[in-house]
Design a protein around this ligand. Structure first.
Ligand code: X5A
Ligand code: ZN
Length: 679
């Protein structure tokens, strides 16, 4: 299995720049690239990546997407005077050419292909290419929106040719619609294109009818184009998360791509003058983390937009840290999607209901008829850009005030979220009896004979103190728990024949350690004697047996029928467990795995791996079984090694579907991240 993260960057791509005054284009500056690289160095991330050199994309590669005529047009800009460059630029919407533009655009293509080669050949697991000019607006015959060649679209076609890949997923989290990518793959079912974008009922650039949610692809490609329009500015972490959980991820797992490409624009981040959204840098860590679970981890992130230098460079760092497998900072902010986001989510889910099994069981009220004029521009109504045209000076001043405010905010915010991070990503383990059961990559805990901890164990479970072995395991477990809480390590794994007893003791000790919120997840049928009354823990019980207990304020039960690795497992994961977990915002996740394996090993490792988005990746796993395979499947994701192999094609089980539906209905008021409709 491939490991490591590739980073592709070259200073030369900073030579392309705007030579004249143009208030629309003057945000696409060379410093966008250099400030990202500088910040990566500052976080010591450059030396942790495999540095891959750039190359030029060849004419054959460029013409996988673009016409020969257009290639000639761009080529000809090399020898133009400034006056001629101006004229050539004016042929397109929001574009500028420089004598080095052709060279840089070829490097941007080549850098992207180098990344794809590193990942597809298995040299690295994933990676990021920092490129300029960006690509997603450019079309077969046209430059558009600062974009010259469509780097990501070319990469998708190139991969399909060279590596005989059937399915590629493109996730476009740039705040603009990558209409160029949409046009290129509109009729192609082998490339699933997902884009969210500032839309404001078609009032925001590029103001296209075809950016709306009801445009789903054509011909054979019907259902393989997903547009999520943002009709309000100020979208937050919870809005982005909700769209991932309820729109993109269910479809992406069902599509089961062999490669994921990200059109990674960070103009969807806080402080950006174009996007006007509010997502903080760690949000991009979470988006990246989710995507790392697809295509066996083959994830290529390619820079598109992003115009607030601080926001852009912090978000890029968060993306690369996550690709490297670092623990994730907790997602900040109130976990409640706004009404406008809920409406967009409802609409796109309804539009895609005919094409995806994951939506086919949902009650989605029919769509509004968009052929009516309701959302279209009035004749002659001005198209809005990021900066309102009225009173430019005033606007420029407010914008720069805003930008400085965001700078200050981000400085504090990054300090805060990164100070919470454990020094290293380590997993500490405890096994009763023979330690050789555990995979070699975890570190053993030997402090269990601390008298202080033993006293706690004795006080807790007097009837077991005569069993020396149990006393040791429990003492060791408490030592692991303390290390996690004190941030000496990230996560821990404890094999205990008494998982139920261990979990009760662990939870009690969490209270001693003053943890406010512990998310407990029990998998398998086992006795639970944990005490939930003080509200400092929340229990999700995944069990095969029908439990008599009703759901309460502090616990829910998921009665799961038979093996759940198939399509319904994803509805439980993205439809219930993760929304509840993210809404709860725990300080620690404790997962207890009983011997009755109802999820299967793949299901367990996927669950554990995804839960690392919570509680700064602090997870204590308690395992009753000593089956070596299970231990590995649990230990591996805890080390940041994501290798889930996820079956998708099992038929949905009606009982499970029904259970998930009822549960969602029942819990939506309390757990807002479950919501995915404005109705
Ligand atoms: C790549 C990108 C934006 C163009 C905006 C023009 N382009 N108003 O973010
Ligand atoms: Zn953009």
């Amino acid at each position: 299995m491939a490991s490591g993260t590739a980073l592709i960057y070259d200073d030369e791509m900073t030579s392309h720049r705007l030579l004249w005054e143009d208030p629309i284009c003057d945000i696409e500056i060379p410093e966008r690239l250099s400030s990202c690289y500088k910040n990566l160095k500052c976080y010591n991330l450059v030396e942790r990546c495999l540095s891959v050199p750039v190359r030029e994309g060849t004419e054959d590669e460029i013409t996988l997407v673009h016409s020969l005529d257009y290639l000639e047009v761009v080529k000809n800009t090399q020898k133009m005077s400034e006056e001629e460059l101006r004229k050539a630029s004016a042929n397109y919407d929001a574009v500028f050419f420089h004598p080095t533009t052709y060279r840089c655009a070829k490097l941007a293509v080549g850098a992207t292909l180098q990344l794809v080669d590193a990942v597809m050949s298995g040299t690295t697991r994933n990676g990021m290419a920092l490129v300029r000019p960006p690509g997603h607006h450019s079309q077969r015959d046209a430059a558009n929106g600062f974009c010259v060649f469509n780097n990501v679209a070319i990469a998708a076609k190139y991969t399909q040719r060279k590596y005989d890949v059937q399915r590629v997923l493109i996730v476009d989290w740039d705040v603009h619609h990558g209409q160029g990518i949409q046009y290129i793959f509109e009729e192609d079912p082998s490339v699933l294109y997902f884009s969210w974008h500032r839309f404001e009922h078609q009032r925001y650039w590029p103001s296209l009818r075809e950016s709306n949610y009801d445009v789903v692809g054509r011909g054979k490609g019907e259902g393989f184009n997903m547009n999520v329009p943002w009709n309000k500015i100020g979208m937050k972490n919870s809005d982005y998360l909700a769209v991932f959980l309820h729109v993109l991820l269910p479809v992406a797992f069902e599509f089961d791509p062999e490669l994921v490409l990200v059109s990674a624009g960070y103009d969807s981040g806080i402080g950006d003058p174009e996007g006007q959204m509010s997502a903080t840098p760690e949000c991009f860590a979470h988006l990246t983390h989710f995507l790392m679970h697809l295509a066996k981890g083959k994830l290529c992130v390619v820079l598109e937009g992003g115009y607030h230098l601080r926001s852009l460079s912090e978000s890029v760092c968060m993306t690369i840290k996550t690709l490297l497998g670092d623990p994730l900072p907790a997602l900040s902010g109130e976990m409640k999607p706004c009404l406008s986001a809920l409406e967009s989510m409802h609409d796109v889910r309804a539009a895609h209901k005919p094409y995806w099994k994951c939506f086919s069981y949902e009650d989605l009220t029919p769509l509004k008829d968009l052929s009516t004029k309701s959302c279209q521009l009035e004749e002659g109504e001005p198209v809005q850009t990021g900066i309102p045209l009225v009173n430019q000076q005033e606007a420029a001043k407010t914008n720069s005030d805003e930008a400085t405010k965001t700078d200050k905010f981000l400085e504090l915010h990054m300090k805060e979220i990164l100070s919470l991070e454990p020094a290293v990503r380590t997993v500490v383990a405890v096994a009763e009896g023979n330690a050789d059961l555990l995979p070699s990559f975890v570190q053993m805990e030997m402090n269990g004979d601390s008298e202080e901890l033993k006293a706690i164990v004795r006080a807790f479970a007097a009837e077991f103190v005569n069993v020396e072995k149990v006393l040791n395991v429990l003492g060791n477990m408490l030592a692991v728990l303390e290390k996690i809480v004190k941030k000496k390590v990230t996560s821990g794994l404890v094999v205990s024949p008494e998982a139920s007893l261990s979990s009760a003791l662990a939870l009690k000790h969490c209270r001693n350690l003053r943890l406010q919120k512990v998310l407990c997840i029990f998998v398998g049928d086992m006795d639970m004697n944990i005490d939930l009354d003080d509200g400092k823990a929340f229990l999700i019980n995944i069990c095969g047996k029908q439990s008599e207990q009703a759901n309460t304020k502090y616990s829910i039960s998921l009665n799961w029928k038979e093996d759940a690795e198939g399509s319904t497992f994803s509805s439980m994961l993205f439809g219930v467990i993760l929304p509840v977990a993210y809404s709860y915002q725990p300080d620690l996740v404790m997962i207890v795995v009983g011997s009755n394996q109802i999820l299967g090993t793949n299901g367990i490792s996927l669950l554990i791996s995804l839960l690392q988005g919570l509680a700064q990746s602090r997870i204590l796993a308690l395992i009753q079984d000593t089956e070596v395979q299970l231990l590995e499947d649990i230990a591996k994701p805890l080390t940041g090694d994501i290798t889930p192999c996820f079956g998708t094609c099992t038929p949905a089980l009606q009982e499970n579907i029904h259970m998930v539906k009822e549960l969602r209905k029942e819990l939506q008021q309390e757990w807002k991240m479950l919501q995915c409709s404005g109705k």
